[in-house]
Design a protein around this ligand. Structure first.
Ligand code: HQG
Length: 187
């Protein structure tokens, strides 16, 4: 992994979970001051400049971060564990959404439903491919099909983050179906 990748992982830790690791604070909407973030990261012995930070934000494969209009503030678009309100937009989801997980979690998921665990929301994707990648982070990947159309009809609320991740508070087992193996492999 490159130095940049390590920095990027550290930035997402700070902006989603643990700003105190660089002695910084987030406001109620999840924003950090860019100058404070840079100084905070440098105070941990890592090295970053405004240019490098701007490059990391612009080139991030999942577009995880947003800068405000004058690039004075920065925040993560989703994925937080700390309770900040990133002003997510409520949106009607596509008919079906997908969630990638690991086989070892299935029994519990079909008992209790999908829960946000350490984050504020359950993360869902509009495509199988992304779900497979997300599932692989946890073990043998399994993709669950979420009947988002029926959830919506039943009054459940969905949000779509700036970077296109679908979020909801939890998904009851009745809305979940395991996607057949073949489609997971193709996906
Ligand atoms: C599982 C990455 C047992 C859930 C990704 C998941 C994503 C349960 C794990 C984003 C459960 C939580 C989020 C239950 C859910 N019993 N296990 N009742 N309910 N789980 O990492 O969705 O690269 O917090 O299936 O790409 O894997 O960081 O969530 O396996 O978009 O930007 O508990 O993080 O994006 O794991 O990933 P996580 P996730 P970034």
């Amino acid at each position: 992994m490159s130095k940049r990748d390590h920095l990027s992982i550290f930035i997402s830790l700070l902006l989603r979970h643990k700003p105190q690791a660089a002695g910084i604070e987030l406001d109620e909407h999840g924003w950090a001051d860019v100058d404070e973030l840079i100084a905070g990261i440098n105070s941990t012995g890592r090295q970053i400049t405004r240019e490098i930070l701007e490059e990391i934000v612009a080139s991030d494969s999942k577009q995880r971060y947003s800068l405000d209009a004058d690039h004075r503030l920065i925040r993560a678009n989703q994925g937080h564990s700390i309770p900040v309100d990133v002003e997510l937009k409520e949106k009607n989801p596509p008919e079906i959404l997908y969630h990638g997980t690991a086989e070892k979690f299935l029994e519990n998921i079909f008992k209790k439903g999908l829960m946000p665990m350490n984050r504020l929301y359950v993360h869902l994707s509009p495509d199988v491919e992304t779900a497979v990648k997300v599932g692989k982070r946890h073990g043998k990947p399994v993709v669950l099909e979420v009947d988002s159309a029926r959830m919506r009809r039943d009054g459940e609320i969905f949000y779509c983050s700036e970077n296109g991740v679908w979020l909801t508070k939890n998904v009851k087992p009745e809305y979940l179906k395991r996607l057949c193996e073949m489609r997971v492999e193709i996906g």
